[in-house]
Design a protein around this ligand. Structure first.
Ligand code: IDP
Ligand code: MG
Length: 136
């Protein structure tokens, strides 16, 4: 049975730059998520490298870290029953061209790298990522 979970969502630089953060937050609320904590920050490249460490062997790692640290982002702890999977569903596929109708990436994503949102992919990673940004 699904339980109330928390997961980490990031509104990425391409979306913040286009002033989409309030619209995206509204989509989460309309889909039953509570926004528990949020902050707008800009990462140092070294912090982006740490955050995306799982991808360090990928060819796109350096570009990815440059990109995530290129401008302000909005980081949120969001909560719902089954939040991790629900958020992944609502975000849509990594490549906006392959994302389902009605998903955030379909609606707002520009490309596979500028895909507007990040969401944790497991409960374990959600906990790690929440601690990374909201270590209180
Ligand atoms: P996810 O964000 O859907 O979980 P991941 O595979 O975890 O996707 O990749 C992390 C981020 O790295 C993606 O959101 C995307 O911005 C970027 N990325 C993934 N695959 C590629 C690629 O093939 N080329 C360029 N960027 C990529
Ligand atoms: Mg991922």
């Amino acid at each position: 049975m699904s339980e109330t979970e928390q997961t980490l969502s990031i509104i990425k630089p391409d979306a913040v730059e286009r002033n989409l953060d309030e619209k995206i937050k509204l989509i989460f609320k309309e889909n039953g998520f509570k926004i528990i904590k949020e902050k707008k920050i800009q990462l140092e490249k070294s912090e982006a490298e740490q955050f995306y460490k799982v991808h360090e062997t990928k060819p796109f790692y350096n570009d990815l870290c440059n990109y995530l640290s290129s401008g302000p982002i909005v980081v949120m702890i969001i909560e719902k029953i089954g939040a991790v999977a629900e958020n992944r569903r609502l975000m849509g596929a990594t490549d906006p061209k392959k994302a389902e109708e009605g998903t955030i990436r379909k609606q707002y994503g520009i490309s596979i790298d500028k895909n507007s949102v990040h969401g944790s992919d497991s409960i374990e990673n959600a906990n790690t990522e929440i601690k990374f940004f909201f270590n209180s």
